[in-house]
Design a protein around this ligand. Structure first.
Ligand code: ZN
Ligand code: ZN
Length: 758
């Protein structure tokens, strides 16, 4: 190979030669030099020594965080991946623990693997500084005989929310640790969103209530990927105010981003990904390709090998969650040592696993959030070397939106994390747990659990689950409440997914189970495919078997919806109204479609009882005048409403951290409860978890980007990249793209200028 091809620019030229038509955009992000700073007063000597020995100078954001924490603030760090966030909060924590021999700190990570990584970081710091930390992981894997010692003597405990949820009832055993608690670190705080995040937010209220009873007022440190609403998110999660630190002083190597639109070439997108992987390896670069499922990772690796000369085939492999730990460690080592040159991986590799720095990262399909895209891209060029990132877009609305609007990806963050503190099921679940931990007094404890507390208590008392005593409400139910309340779901109606050995794979909300775990469904779990053999609604169990299949399934549903209560309604500039309502939804899952890539292989009937729930919807009504205009142009009014609804649902995850599945919609030329042509977009979680409220708050931006999506799609009459929905129960009929565009033009008529959508 020519030496010229060994530069990133050389590789870029090779890619252009490979498929110039597919290249939608190339963006060069220049190298950024570091910005250093000094703490106002020096760190304790042992910490200074470690920094000097490691040759580390602090970056501006690390010093800013240290000073804010020294001053007693709660701090939220939202600088990029690999900018040294961990060191920033570890310095502040270690300094405090050094000065105060009683002080303790709690570190919470969303995943067990991350706790282990952080434990080794802390152990190394302890060895190097001589500051006694007694850091220990305390979770379901901690051996029983070690637990009392950890509770009695550890100064830093690392855990995860599920473990914390289980251990809070035993708070009296944690008296020493809680009493002296000075810091609570929540790393990967962006992971706490949606149903899980809302549960964690209430878990943290339970935790704060107990810790404060022991007299502690710990400072919180949140580290998170970049969000559009960091301060709001921090406050929602913990109930506290945060000093947000977003400007990074860490250096960054030069990066070239290529937006590769696979829909513009004839080959399948995964074939294209394999060609890119092979090209990277052939040019001498360590290349990593992310794929949606394990099957696809395997295929991409296999196809890439076929395109390489025999001598290079051994340099490429697949990596996935299902491999044995030893196999995975071996692949990780070979990657770090540079023995392996090309890997196709599932997103199991996304977080926390150290594979060293890579030269090229290919992301086969937009992973659903800008956060994960940057995290995957962050795998490339960590040591300041130039790197290439290819985002390979598929034929669906979000992927195509980014292909056509690359600025939207590089602009300031636009995704809002959603946490809802008022979902009645979640509040009731945690109120029940709290009553078991310490008697609940509605007046005193309102400040933790919010205005929904009295209603939750009344409901629990009616069911005999709690009882009023002079000390407050106490738990009287038969089971351990922490076993009943799951952090992953709205506890009311959850389905447990069990594999052939009866092992629990995951817990799904009922609606998600209808969607993904009906009999015959192909369920994707951590990149592995499972076929669902039975869904027992009575017992709340889905039985699945691991199968290597190449097809996938889409459940189809029809929707009926009635307005129960209008929460908000305003006159809208387009002559209709914009608002929010509590609605009763009935979804009928009547069939599922089996597909392989883009081909439909068959349609199968489903026999499930209708799913009924109450939730919150965004409600738009449209005036007669608009109908007349649309019909005056010979277009289909109902088809326009329906297409606008699909496109709006597809674009919502661009603004709020949720996925398409979290939403449902209904559009109709006349709805009896509004008396007008209406589009409803509802939260798919019983009781709602704040998505509809967020959609209302960000409505101008949502309408604008939806219009851009539909307007800029080159198709004539609508396609899977704009207005088709894979879940449509009406078989994507009627749909009228031009009518939808007229409607979307009307919805954005007052926000064409530069408008801040937050
Ligand atoms: Zn289209
Ligand atoms: Zn539809």
């Amino acid at each position: 190979m020519s030496p010229r091809a060994r530069t990133i620019e050389g590789l870029l030229r090779t890619l252009v030669a490979l498929g110039e038509r597919a290249i939608a955009h190339v963006r060069r992000l220049p190298a950024v030099p570091p910005e250093h700073a000094q703490p106002k007063s020096p760190l304790p000597k042992p910490l200074e020594r470690v920094l000097a020995a490691r040759g580390l100078r602090l970056y501006t954001h690390q010093v800013e965080a240290l000073e804010a924490l020294r001053a007693g603030a709660n701090v939220m760090l939202v600088t990029p991946t690999a900018s040294g966030k961990t060191l920033a909060f570890n310095l502040a924590v270690l300094e405090r623990l050094y000065h105060d021999p009683e002080a303790t700190a709690l570190y919470i990570y969303p995943l067990k693997a991350l706790t282990q990584d952080q434990l080794s970081v802390l152990k190394r710091l302890e060895a190097e500084t001589g500051i006694e930390l007694g850091a220990a992981v305390y979770d379901g894997d901690t051996p029983q005989h070690l637990r009392p010692r950890i509770r009695e003597s550890a100064r830093i405990v690392l855990t995860n929310p599920h473990a914390l949820h289980q251990y809070l009832p035993w708070h009296h055993k944690w008296r020493r640790f809680f009493k002296n608690l000075t810091f609570v670190v929540l790393d990967e705080a962006h992971a706490y969103r949606g149903v899980f995040g809302s549960n964690v937010a209430l878990l943290l209220r339970r935790f704060r209530r107990l810790v404060e009873r022991y007299g502690a007022r710990p400072q919180f440190v949140l580290a998170s990927a970049t969000l559009a609403n960091p301060a709001e998110h921090g406050r929602a999660l913990t109930g506290l105010d945060f000093r947000v630190i977003a400007r990074s002083g860490a250096p960054q190597g030069e990066r070239v981003f290529v937006f590769w639109d696979s829909a513009r070439l004839d080959e399948s997108p995964h074939r294209q990904a394999s060609a890119l992987l092979a090209q990277g390896v052939r040019a001498g670069f360590q290349t990593l390709c992310f794929a949606y499922s394990r099957k696809l990772a395997e295929l991409i690796a296999l196809w890439a090998k076929e395109q390489l000369p025999p001598s290079q085939r051994g340099l490429v492999t697949a990596y996935r969650a299902g491999y044995l730990p030893e196999e995975r460690r071996e692949i990780e080592r070979q990657l770090r040592d540079g023995e392996l040159r090309g890997v196709a991986a599932t997103t199991a590799l996304e977080l926390g696993i150290d594979v060293g720095e890579l030269d090229v990262v290919i992301i086969a399909g937009y992973p659903g959030t800008v956060i994960s895209t940057w995290q995957m891209a962050g795998r490339a060029g960590r040591r300041g070397r130039p790197a290439l990132v290819v985002l390979l877009g598929f034929e669906n609305p979000l992927d195509q939106y980014f292909m056509r609007h690359p600025d939207a990806f590089f602009e300031r963050p636009h995704e809002h994390a959603i946490v809802d503190l008022e979902n009645p099921y979640i509040v009731a679940g945690h109120a029940m747990c709290a009553a078991a931990e310490l008697p609940l007094q509605p007046e005193r404890d309102r400040r933790y659990f919010g205005p929904g507390l009295p209603r939750a208590l009344a409901a629990l008392a009616r069911e005999g689950l709690i009882e009023k005593t002079p000390a407050g409400y106490v738990y009287r139910g038969p089971a351990r409440p922490t076993d009943v309340v799951s952090l992953e779901s709205l506890s009311e109606r959850a389905v447990r997914v069990l594999d052939e050995d009866g092992e629990l794979l995951e817990t799904l909300e009922l609606r998600r189970a209808y969607d993904e775990a009906h009999p015959g469904a192909v369920l994707l779990h951590r990149g592995e495919t499972y076929v669902v053999e039975a869904l027992d609604l009575e017992r709340g169990v889905a039985r699945v078997a691991k199968r290597d299949v190449e097809h996938y399934t889409d459940a189809l549903r029809t929707v009926a919806l009635g307005v129960r209560r209008v929460l908000h309604r305003e006159k809208a500039p387009w002559g209709g109204t914009l608002g929010l309502a509590e609605v009763d939804v009935v979804e009928r899952f009547f069939a599922y479609r089996v597909r392989r890539y883009d081909k439909t292989l068959g349609l199968h009937e489903l026999n499930l009882p209708p799913l009924e729930f109450e939730t919150v919807a965004l409600v738009l009504t449209l005036p007669e005048a608009l109908r007349e205009r649309v019909e005056g142009e010979g277009l289909d009014w109902a088809g326009g409403l329906h297409a606008a609804e699909h496109a709006m649902i597809a674009m919502t995850p661009f603004h709020a951290l949720c996925d398409r599945w979290d939403l449902g919609g209904l559009s109709t030329p006349y709805h009896p409860d509004t008396g007008a042509a209406s589009i409803f977009i509802y939260d798919g979680h019983p009781g709602g978890i704040g998505i509809a409220e967020k959609a209302l708050q960000l409505f101008d931006g949502l309408a604008r980007t939806t219009r851009e999506l539909v307007r800029d799609c080159p198709c004539e009459a609508g396609c899977p990249s704009c207005i088709y929905s894979p879940k449509c129960g009406n078989n994507n009929e009627p749909l009228d793209k031009r009518a939808a565009l007229l409607i979307l033009n009307a919805l954005t008529s007052n926000s064409d200028g530069v408008k801040d959508e937050g």
